[in-house]
Write a protein that binds this ligand. Structure first.
Ligand SMILES: [Mg+2]
Length: 328
């Protein structure tokens, strides 16, 4: 039996509570989330009962994962790196890089980000992980036939929205024109997804910006609009999300048919919920939300912020340290 949310988990002692991350609330990091008024110590503590800390429940995790094959999936922004004002400066720390490298030595590890695949690889700078960019619309992995996670050579790109590329470039130009007059608005071309960041837009201009982008996308039915943390994302209207990317990677790495596989996914934003949903549907695995405030989520476990993600990854690597490295 895999590691699932159970009554016993819900009754586990919650870790000491340090209060919500006031800074992230004040600077707007999480203002788009369904949060309660800070500081809501009791609210967070009761939320933790249903989404226990993955650090506090680590022993249960190792018990459940013993003898199983854990496959690791990580989001990037807000998970491995802090959310910052300038999206081009969302660097991960050297400690985090080292921790991810260690984890990837012991578990097949993929990073699935909304950024372009090239951009997230540039940030992460690791060769022993797989990369999925544009929310999984651009994945570099071994061909399905390889069925082996230890052969990083011969990787092929899987790009289910490739035929949209000319239209994406067109809408990027239109979006650029549309947002130009709004100070602080930033366009980021993530190849298969165009992001409009409004973290630096004055509060009174944010609704105007959203309305403009919404109107533009409404006139282009081949695109859809989603919203993340202070970012609007314009994506091709195809049925493909981070959950599909997780399934694709499990399949192509040779794990989807196996019964002893436990996917572990850590992410902080709405698009990560699609991956949590896939794991919840399997009824086995470790969907972990990164949040320092109570929020609606399908994830079963939680970590407060990237510093706790770091601590979790270090523990994960340490637990498996004696295993043979997958990438030599
Ligand atoms: Mg994120």
């Amino acid at each position: 039996m895999g590691f699932q949310v159970s009554q016993s988990n819900k009754q586990k002692k919650v870790k000491p509570f340090y209060g919500p991350d006031i800074d992230s609330v004040v600077d707007g990091t999480n203002v788009s989330l369904p949060l309660v008024n800070p500081p809501d110590v009791a609210g967070y503590a009761s939320w933790l009962v249903n989404h226990p800390s993955a650090l506090d429940t680590f022993d249960s995790f190792t018990n459940e994962a013993k003898g199983k094959r854990v496959v690791v999936f990580l989001d990037y922004d807000g998970t491995l790196s802090p959310i910052v004002e300038d999206p081009d400066k969302a660097f991960m720390s050297a400690e985090m890089r080292m921790a991810v490298r260690e984890v990837a030595k012991h578990f097949p590890t993929s990073i699935i980000s909304g950024r372009s695949r090239e951009k997230v690889k540039e940030f992460v700078q690791l060769s022993n992980v797989y990369y999925g960019g544009s929310h999984g619309l651009d994945i570099l992995a071994p061909p399905r036939a390889a069925k082996s996670f230890d052969k990083k050579e011969n990787e092929v790109a899987f790009q289910p929205a490739k035929s949209f590329l000319p239209a994406i470039q067109e809408i990027a130009i239109e979006l650029d024109d549309t947002i130009r007059e709004i100070p602080g608005a930033r366009l980021e071309d993530n190849k298969f997804c165009i992001s409009v960041h409004y973290r630096q837009v004055l509060p009174e201009d944010q609704e105007i910006l959203k309305e403009k982008v919404k109107t533009l996308v409404e006139n282009r039915p081949e695109f859809c609009l989603t919203e993340g943390k202070m970012v609007l994302e314009v994506r091709p209207s195809i049925s493909w999300n981070k959950g599909d990317a997780l399934n694709y990677l499990l399949d192509t790495l040779g794990f989807n048919d196996a019964e002893d596989v436990l996917p572990l996914y850590i992410g902080d934003d709405r698009t990560d919920e699609d991956a949590f949903k896939v794991i919840a549907g399997r009824r086995e695995g470790f969907p972990i939300i990164v949040s320092s405030i109570p929020k609606d989520t399908i994830a079963w476990y939680s970590l407060r912020d990237p510093s706790e993600v770091l601590a979790f990854l270090l523990r994960l690597a340490k637990w498996k340290k004696s295993e043979t490295s997958f990438f030599k």
